[in-house]
Design a protein around this ligand. Structure first.
Ligand SMILES: [Zn+2]
Length: 275
């Protein structure tokens, strides 16, 4: 399941292909959207943004396409109208003179009025998107400090898109490691300085992963490991999916635990208070 950094990279790829270009042809596989094909042809795409795990494509007539890929949806961009060779079913295609963006397999596609975005049932429930250009560090910190969330366990909260949107399973474990916190507590049980470290880690690692294409580990450690011919899986993360391997910082053995059906990974020495 892609997380915020991956969704934003897709949004950027779509922006590069579509922004400020006139739509020469529009296709929707959904009957209820058919009328929008002719409405959007001849219009321009003004921007593409991620919101949580959804993508918003803005048009110059104050309409916005909302699409959520769920588990299987996938965007592909090709030149000169070349359609990708795939068995997936095509749901949306946006063509301009140079490029085409194809959305395959997504089941949730809607056209909204620009003014109605915040009322959309999915978007309405989202907390601040950690990678949105208008989201500030203070927005993220105030979520961590809010009374609304203080009685929730940190591990469940970090996956709740209503808390901070854009965090998924790998970022969750990486954030707790980077902030050097024990993952076993409720938000109110962390000290003020730990809360601040968590907010910083959330922003730093989401941005780092967005810029590096999914690597959350410290750049110096990554470089050193690459010189030793380490594989991507070994240098990509601090702790995520590294059970039984040595911590890059202290050499202790990384552990995993299941919480709410999904695993967390942590370093006992770097993160647990009694070790
Ligand atoms: Zn460690």
């Amino acid at each position: 399941m892609p997380e915020g950094p991956e969704i934003w990279r897709t949004a950027d790829q779509l922006t590069a292909a579509l922004k400020d270009k006139t739509i020469t042809q529009m296709f929707f596989a959904f009957d209820e959207l058919e009328d929008y094909e002719s409405m959007l042809e001849g219009r321009k795409v003004t921007n593409v943004e991620a919101r949580g795990k959804a993508i918003l494509t803005f048009f110059d007539n104050d309409r916005v396409m909302y699409s959520h890929n769920q588990l299987y949806g996938k965007w592909m961009v090709r030149e000169n109208g070349n359609r990708p060779d795939t068995n997936r079913s095509l749901r949306v295609a946006i063509h301009n003179e140079e490029q085409s963006a194809y959305l395959f397999s997504a089941s949730e596609v809607e056209i909204l009025e620009k003014g109605g975005i915040e009322d959309h049932s999915y978007i309405q429930k989202l907390g601040p998107d950690v990678l949105h250009p208008e989201t500030t560090f203070e927005d993220i910190l105030s979520q961590f400090q809010s009374d609304e969330f203080k009685n929730r366990k940190l591990t469940t909260l970090l996956l709740d898109q209503g808390f901070v949107s854009g965090i998924g399973n790998y970022l969750r474990s990486e954030i707790m490691f980077y902030a050097r916190v024990d993952p076993h507590y409720k938000l109110r049980e962390y000290s003020d300085s730990e809360i601040e470290e968590l907010a910083k880690a959330t922003v730093t690692l989401a941005e780092r992963s967005y810029e590096t294409g999914g690597i959350t580990n410290d750049p110096e450690i990554v470089e050193a490991l690459k010189r030793e011919n380490a594989k991507y899986k070994e240098y990509r993360h601090f702790v995520y999916n590294r059970t039984g391997n040595r911590c890059h910082k202290c050499g202790s053995v990384i552990k995993e635990e299941k919480t709410g059906g999904r695993k967390i990974y942590f370093c006992p020495k770097c993160q647990l208070e009694d070790e």
